[in-house]
Design a protein around this ligand. Structure first.
Ligand SMILES: [Zn+2]
Length: 345
């Protein structure tokens, strides 16, 4: 079983940063590396992946590589169909990386990878009906039922960020209007904060002072920090995002009835400032409220390392499944040979 106990590498490819790490079977990260994501070509990103894997392998014995990427991965787990922030269009990433690193490689959507880590080692441990949402630039989503990732027929299940929450609402990059991520993501928080600050309203003065008077410099972490310091406006902005979060989660509960929601991503750093209003809105919006058990809404436990930890663990899981299939195949071959032998007698 040493094979399974061994270390794997997780690589998390975001729009701006590539984060890689060596991960042990308990989800501990033994060494980390970070690089900028090349903005040029898919090949340049593959070069970066091959580089970080080579560097980590020079110091650790690893058996497989898992890659979490901000994009849609086809259901066979070989290609990135589309990535909004990277140059990948039907890119056969898995085999391209496998040829270069000469190790088994799995690729996974970044939100799925993060959810897997939360289910294995974080806030979702022990939950057999888990939904994770990641609030960052947009909203990533993932569903894990009885330890199996829900992928859908074509591999792109869990794109909750693009459920229509406000018909005719804010325009979304996906081409539609009123998508959930236009109301409950980090980008939504920043848009609202900047808009209010730019309006010259005195209620935004404190927040504006904190960023040197320039509304364009307001970021999600700046709003969260101000809210933690008790700034009334920042608290309100997070409450609003939290309410939209709760409404969206109630919609997901209507469809999937999970036992636990785990909320991750940068905005979740606000903790209860976000989750308390989310739970209240969830309770008010939930279908059949008062007559059904309610899902728990928890903050993710693994922070921004969840993606790389999950990708590394999925690579290990893939090896485990591969070995099990191979064992079964050999056992059935042996059985068939025995039956043939008996038939000849
Ligand atoms: Zn959308």
């Amino acid at each position: 079983m040493a094979f399974i106990q061994a270390l794997t590498i997780g690589v998390d490819i975001g729009g701006t940063k590539v984060a890689a790490g060596v991960v042990d079977p308990d989800g501990n990260v033994l060494e980390r590396l970070r690089r900028d994501t090349p903005s040029t070509s898919p090949q340049a990103t593959e070069d970066t992946i091959a580089d970080v894997v080579a560097e980590l392998r020079s110091r650790h014995e690893v058996t497989a590589v898992g890659i979490g990427a901000a994009g849609w991965i086809d259901v066979t787990g070989t290609s990135v169909l589309f990535s909004p922030h990277l140059a990948w269009r039907h890119e056969p990433l898995r085999d391209a990386v496998r040829r270069r690193v000469r190790l088994p490689v799995v690729i996974e959507n970044d939100a799925n990878a993060a959810a897997w880590a939360e289910w294995r080692f974080g806030a979702g441990q022990g939950e057999d009906h888990l939904v994770c949402v990641t609030l960052g630039t947009g909203i990533g989503g993932a569903v894990i039922i009885d330890g199996v990732m829900l992928r859908g027929k074509y591999g792109v299940a869990g794109e909750f960020g693009h459920m229509t929450i406000v018909p005719g609402g804010h325009r979304c990059e996906c081409g539609n209007r009123g998508c959930w991520e236009q109301y409950a993501s980090g980008n939504a928080l920043v848009r609202e904060a900047r808009e209010l600050a730019a309006s010259g309203s005195p209620v935004a003065q404190n927040l504006l002072d904190r960023v040197g008077g320039d509304p364009g410099r307001i970021t999600g972490p700046a709003v969260t920090e101000a809210a933690k310091d008790g700034d009334r406006l920042a608290v309100e902005l997070l409450e609003e995002v939290g309410r939209w979060l709760g409404v969206g989660l109630a919609n997901i509960a209507a469809a999937l009835d999970p036992g636990t929601f785990v909320v991750g991503g940068g905005v979740s750093d606000a903790g209860e400032l976000l989750l308390k209003p989310a739970r209240e809105a969830f309770r008010r919006t939930l279908t059949g409220r008062g007559f059904r058990p309610e899902a728990r809404i928890l903050r993710a436990a693994l922070g921004n390392e969840a993606g790389l930890v999950g990708a590394a663990d999925l690579a290990r899981e893939n090896l485990r499944l591969f070995r099990r299939r191979r064992r079964r195949k050999r056992a059935s071959e042996r059985l068939r040979a025995r039956v043939d032998q008996l038939a000849e007698l």
